[in-house]
Ligand binder design. Structure first.
Ligand SMILES: *Cc1c(COP(=O)(O)O)cnc(C)c1O
Length: 220
């Protein structure tokens, strides 16, 4: 598939849901992709990208940004507290704020630096033990905690269990956002972004459908 096909499928899904054109932001997930593929998507005019590892992003984005200063990079993967400072310097949004310790660290650094990009609270909608994210039952309290620390909470994010119907998880996330007065809904990937848009997604994170299959790093 290509960038333009994904853009037109997003436009169709927006229209089908009665939502304004352009209300969904496409995050092109460039993790583990060869630089030529990322470069090609930049050259087509796309400017919003997603990475899931701080180190990988740090290796490739300063170079791309020198050429495309308006490129935005969103962190969509787990963030260790000892990388929080780097993350604040590098990313235009953080979609994976998933625990009090990380929120505390980000808040402290945000005070010190006088700035913080928009953050999304990651919710473990499937309550999977191995997966990051705040449990749905704890989400309201955690969002309030983040707001009390003056973190700029833009919305919530989820990554549904692979073997379950994603729409159930998207609906649950939308409910959590609505009752907390949050507009941002980061949900939907290559296989299910249209369903996510139907349920209110404002940010879809699409990787392989744009770039092709991820080239596995050695040893993976
Ligand atoms: C890799 C990844 C995506 C994109 O997945 P695709 O199936 O390639 O579209 C979206 N969100 C997160 C958190 C990811 O890690």
């Amino acid at each position: 598939m290509s960038l333009s096909e994904i853009q037109s499928r997003i436009a169709k899904a927006e229209a089908a849901a009665g939502r304004p054109a352009g209300s969904v932001s496409l995050i092109a997930v460039s993790k583990v992709q060869p630089n030529e593929r990322v470069e090609a998507v930049l050259a087509q005019g796309h400017r919003v990208f997603g990475e899931n590892r701080v180190q990988e992003a740090e290796g490739k984005w300063p170079g791309f940004r020198a050429q495309y200063p308006d490129a935005q990079v969103h962190l969509i993967g787990p963030l260790q507290t000892n990388k929080a400072r780097q993350a604040l310097a590098l990313f235009d949004a953080i979609h994976s704020v998933d625990r009090p310790k990380l929120a505390n660290t980000l808040a402290r650094l945000a005070q010190e630096l006088g700035q913080c990009p928009p953050i999304f609270v990651q919710v473990n909608t499937g309550e999977e033990p191995q997966k990051a994210g705040i449990l749905p039952a704890d989400a309201d309290a955690f969002i309030a905690t983040c707001r009390n620390m003056d973190l700029p909470v833009a919305g919530v994010m989820c990554l549904p269990p692979v073997e379950e119907e994603p729409a159930l998880h998207f609906a649950l996330l939308a409910k959590i956002a609505a009752r907390n007065g949050l507009e941002g809904l980061s949900m939907g990937m290559s296989g299910d972004f249209e369903s996510a848009i139907a349920l209110g997604a404002t940010h879809v994170r699409v990787g392989s459908a744009i770039f092709g299959d991820r080239v596995k790093p050695e040893g993976a």
